[in-house]
Design a protein around this ligand. Structure first.
Ligand SMILES: [Zn+2]
Length: 183
């Protein structure tokens, strides 16, 4: 549910179709929380392996040059040209030569546990809070893009020479954020 983007109801429906007995929402959420860290660890290891592979392919194909990386962000809620109000977005960087995911990151503006504690005017119980963003949904893309490129460079020790993105005003924002963080 964490990374597939579906909720408890959709998961129950999927399990019913597969003929697997479903569980209560509470149990599913509990299992989701248990699985979160191991899943993130596996994904991080996979990204590190992909970066190593992309670097060696780059050394063979274009000796002395930096990496060529493709980047895009998707939001949980569709945004129009004027309105971006999604509470979360995932940015993904893909290596041009291997086609593998080199890094990814999330920007999240809402946490149900923090929100209900705020509403009840009490302190939230200790939890793995994913809330890490307080600016607009639109601004998530440039911030995430810049931090991904920085992380790829840090892990690989190789500069990102070319950043491939869809065209539009956001491209310039990312370039600016990327350049700023590289000063
Ligand atoms: Zn929280």
């Amino acid at each position: 549910m964490i990374d597939v983007g579906i909720g408890v109801r959709q998961l129950s429906r999927l399990m019913t179709i597969m003929g697997v007995p479903s569980s209560s929402e509470r149990t599913m959420k509990k299992r989701e929380r248990e699985l979160f860290k191991p899943m993130v660890d596996v994904a991080r290891d996979s990204c590190h392996e992909a970066i190593t592979k992309e670097c060696s392919e780059t050394r063979i194909t274009t000796p002395g040059k930096g990496l060529v990386v493709k980047y895009d962000m998707c939001w949980q809620k569709r945004g129009s040209g004027r309105s971006y109000s999604s509470s979360s977005g995932v940015g993904t960087a893909i290596g041009q030569l291997t086609g593998k995911i080199l890094d990814y990151d999330l920007r999240v503006t809402h946490c149900a546990i923090c929100h209900s504690a705020e509403k009840a005017k009490r302190n939230a119980k200790p939890h793995n809070c994913q809330k890490n963003w307080s600016k607009s949904a639109k601004a998530m893309e440039s911030s995430t893009g810049a931090s991904l490129m920085e992380n790829i460079e840090e892990v690989s020790g190789v500069p990102v020479d070319v950043l491939i993105m869809d065209d539009g005003p956001r491209t310039q924002l990312i370039r600016s954020a990327f350049l700023l963080e590289h000063k």
